[in-house]
Design a protein around this ligand. Structure first.
Ligand code: UD1
Length: 434
């Protein structure tokens, strides 16, 4: 298992480039199931979750070609033959977003077998709303041996009101509805840019969708979809992570290839905290901070609110802000696992239910810490960038699931961070070979 070794203290200065959004690329890859034609996706991030999805599609009989050289970040998928419409447990257990293939498989093949996702570090994360919606569209769902089996000769349109806003639930059912017979109306939909990105791709394939990006989406089912070439949105969470990195280190960072229009809640919180933000153009944001950050509260919400996927990173910033910040997590019930690691680095954080109270500013001291999930890992990297001394982050495979070569990108703007393979048992041994 790889580790990161990070020496804190350098302000980040320069330009850092954002990759494509993995949370857009995942549903867009699943959407390739809906057609027999080739689908080409551009700006696909090279991260582990994408490799997992490649394996998932390939295991069903799809041909998935990941681009190399100049065609890097381009993926071509052909689902001409899907001999085995099954999402196996070995793959689903490593990536819950695998349930995104459920809707498209039933729509295309009339049946799907998908392993039931187990528990997850950041909470229960059920898929009951996906299933409820598919049943309303005529699918017959049974459960056996840890697998869900869904069947429907052809799904039909329905009126579906989501009990709760769900991002992948909206995406999964949208993919089912585009090939259904008749009209489907969805209410209380997720409005995340990733949903809109998927809808743009589906429309390019011939789907008839209105209202993506609003709470109500209307779909007129069509009998066939064709191939498409689609460019994936920039990753707003990676962009947000870099913006916090610029602010927390008192740096001057230009974040390029992002979409500032998707960053509203993050940019306004950084400004409230005292960072200087300049939107240089439609894809570039500059962040500057002089070390005088002040406490501000955040409360995670569905888009366009403050994203839960930025909560952990924001908490690292709060440890370096003067005053008391309240961080409230409303989306997932168990998403404070980074807290104990930040506390080990010297942060003053108390958790009460869904609220963490952060008293800043505290000087952080380097430590050996453990990454527990994707965004928690990012929070620990940010803390390590300002900690006194050299931190060692274990289990960076969590980070590799969703951040493309983050250590190289951060090193390019002045961070002291490097990757070490797991050949050493302790920090002392790492120091000894330097
Ligand atoms: C997606 C993102 C994830 C992000 C999350 C919230 C992807 C691949 N992942 O996850 O990075 O943190 O949105 O922005 O896009 N829920 C139910 N029943 C369901 C579905 C969800 O109760 O059938 C609940 C969940 O437990 C959670 C809430 O709804 O409390 C929101 O979850 P959801 O939006 O579905 O998250 P994901 O789509 O899994």
């Amino acid at each position: 298992m790889d580790k990161f070794v990070v020496r804190g203290g350098n302000p980040l200065v320069g330009t850092i480039r954002v990759s494509g959004a993995k949370n857009s690329a995942l549903p867009c890859m699943a959407a390739a199931i809906l057609t027999e034609d080739d689908v080409t996706l551009e700006n696909v991030p090279q991260v582990q979750d994408i490799e997992t999805e490649r394996k998932l599609l390939a295991s069903m009989g799809a041909e998935v070609e990941l681009g190399y050289g100049r065609a890097q970040h381009r993926t071509t998928i052909s689902c001409r033959t899907l001999s085995d419409p099954v999402a196996k447990y070995e793959i689903v257990k490593t990536m819950r977003a695998s349930s995104l293939v459920l809707g498209p498989l039933i729509a295309r093949c009339g049946m799907a077998r998908v392993a039931m996702p187990g528990g997850c570090a950041i909470g229960g994360r059920p898929i009951d709303l996906h299933l409820k919606g598919l049943e309303k569209m005529g699918a017959l769902i049974t459960q056996e041996h840890g697998y869900l089996e869904a069947r429907a000769e052809r799904l039909h349109g329905a009126h579906i009101v989501f009990d709760k806003i769900t991002v992948t639930g909206t995406e999964d059912l949208l993919m089912a509805a585009v090939l259904a017979d008749g009209e489907t109306i969805f209410e209380n939909c997720a409005r995340e840019p990733e949903v809109t990105d998927l809808a743009t791709m589906l429309t390019g394939m011939g789907a008839k969708i209105e209202g993506a990006g609003t709470p109500t989406i209307r779909v007129q089912g069509v009998s066939r979809l064709h191939g498409v070439r689609h460019r994936i949105n920039p990753d707003r969470i990676e962009a947000g992570t870099f913006l916090v990195a610029g602010a927390i280190t008192g740096g001057d960072l230009i974040v390029s290839n992002c979409n500032p229009a998707h960053l509203g809640a993050i940019l306004s919180k950084l400004q409230e905290a005292g960072a200087r933000i300049d939107i240089l153009n439609a894809e570039t944001v500059r962040v500057r901070a002089d070390g005088d950050l002040r406490a501000t509260d955040i409360s995670t919400q569905e888009y366009p609110g403050f994203p839960t996927d930025m909560q952990a990173q924001y908490m690292a910033l709060a440890t370096q802000s003067e005053g008391v910040s309240q961080v409230r997590e409303n989306i997932f019930e168990n998403r404070f696992m980074h807290v104990q690691e930040l506390v080990r680095m010297g942060a003053n954080i108390a958790v009460d239910g869904r609220t963490a109270t952060v008293r800043g500013r505290t000087s952080l001291s380097a430590a050996a810490v453990m990454c527990s999930d994707l965004r928690a890992s990012a929070s620990l990297v940010l803390a390590a960038l300002v900690a006194d001394g050299e931190s060692i982050l274990d289990r960076v495979y969590h980070m590799d699931r969703g951040y493309e070569r983050i250590e190289e990108k951060l090193r390019g703007v002045g961070a002291q961070i490097r990757r070490m393979g797991n050949v050493f048992a302790s920090r002392e041994e790492i120091v000894a070979v330097k």
